[in-house]
Design a protein around this ligand. Structure first.
Ligand code: SF4
Length: 368
């Protein structure tokens, strides 16, 4: 390995990344083909920008001229369970990656530090944390012992599936390293069986139209009616496929770069109501909750409460019924139906927004 590569790898590990390794910047044709077939099958759902980005994913020189090799970095977010804070309505589950302040904000300064160091060595570089048009999982499967599992997630032999990836594109020549690491899923199918919405295809491609992670984070507007029971407890994201993976169960070391916050792991659902989007961002703008925004978090909260078998969180549903965003009131109508509360459904069936009225009437019909 060149001195510059060794130096940058050592620096990345000293900055707190759990794994670091190098990959050839040229895409693996098979991985690119699978990505193309995922787009062609429409399983990206409403994320149309992914199709537009395909040419850039296929050629990283559009992101860094003369790119030759990529430093791929992984940081574990396999946090232990967090204590539930005392007060508030603490229902629902948040995917582990969101238990810590937004990882983009935490990793970007480290990428900038690596870029500066690379440039001091005469190496041109550009860092990306998830936002770039890059097939990170394909690169990671070549850079360090890992592979893209049947769940579609990158699995690391040392960290399991709870890995956040970042990359530093460089104009260093391509490394002479193995093209890829072996697939170690074997005959295991735990993630496929456990997925609440059968989102994992036999081709290891995920159907974002039904994946709870995509629905609770990226989907705008009402959630598909028939999938709401399957949302279960998931307030933001979904970790089911990663939790059941045997590689996650035996993973180590625990995350050190990211610190979990119990207030993000178990947020008080009431904080998503009675505030403007601006006030919400003042509280949560530094977290993954900012992606679905207040409206999305309030919609998800109403759905989670509707799914609660013990019917806890009535305060939250009452707030959702009176929310200024019709998408939240629509979710509340569905939830009151789950609770068999016809009084609230009658009230919502007189809502000024037609979608709310339809939801309330549909919920009432389903009770008959
Ligand atoms: Fe592979 Fe099993 Fe993990 Fe799924 S749960 S990614 S099949 S090892």
């Amino acid at each position: 390995m060149s001195d510059a590569r060794t130096h940058l790898t050592d620096l990345a590990l000293s900055l707190g990344f759990d794994v670091a390794g190098w990959a050839d910047a040229a895409p693996v044709p098979a991985d690119l083909g699978r990505y193309q077939s995922w787009l062609d099958s429409g399983r990206q759902g409403g994320m149309d920008y992914l199709t537009r980005q395909l040419p850039r994913r296929a050629d990283l020189s559009s992101s860094l001229a003369g790119v030759g090799s990529v430093l791929v970095l992984g940081a574990a977010h396999s946090f232990p369970e967090q204590p539930v804070p005392a007060r508030g309505v603490r229902l629902g589950r948040v995917a582990r990656y969101a238990w810590t302040p937004d990882y983009h904000t935490q990793l970007e300064p480290l990428l900038e530090r690596l870029k500066t160091e690379a440039e001091s060595l005469g190496v041109r570089a550009r860092g990306y944390v998830d936002h770039g048009p890059i097939l990170e999982r394909s690169l990671a499967g070549r850079a360090f012992p890992g592979w893209q599992g049947k769940s579609g997630m990158l699995l690391s032999t040392s960290l399991g599936a709870f890995v956040t990836l970042a990359v530093l594109l460089t104009d260093l020549p391509a490394p002479e390293l193995p093209a890829s690491h072996p697939d170690r899923c074997g005959r295991c199918t735990r993630c496929i069986s456990a997925c609440p919405t059968d989102a994992i295809g036999p081709d290891r491609l995920i159907d974002a139209r039904v994946c709870l992670s995509a629905l609770t984070i990226e989907h705008r507007g009402p959630l598909p009616w028939h999938l709401r029971p399957a949302v279960g407890e998931w307030l933001l994201g979904c970790d089911v496929c990663s939790e059941v993976c045997p590689w996650s169960l035996h993973a180590g070391p625990l995350a050190t770069l990211f610190q979990p916050d119990p207030e993000l792991a178990h947020p008080d659902l009431r904080r998503f109501f009675g505030v403007s989007e601006r006030e919400f961002l003042r509280s949560f703008g530094h977290t993954a909750f900012a992606r679905p925004r207040r409206k999305g978090m309030a919609r998800n909260a109403a759905t989670v409460v509707g799914n609660d078998p013990q019917r806890r969180g009535r305060d939250v549903l009452t707030l959702a019924s009176r929310d200024p965003a019709w998408e939240v009131r629509e979710a509340a109508a569905w939830a009151w139906g789950r609770w068999h509360d016809t009084t609230e459904l009658e009230r919502l069936s007189r809502d000024p927004q037609p979608e709310v009225v339809q939801a309330a009437q549909r919920a009432l019909e389903e009770l008959l």
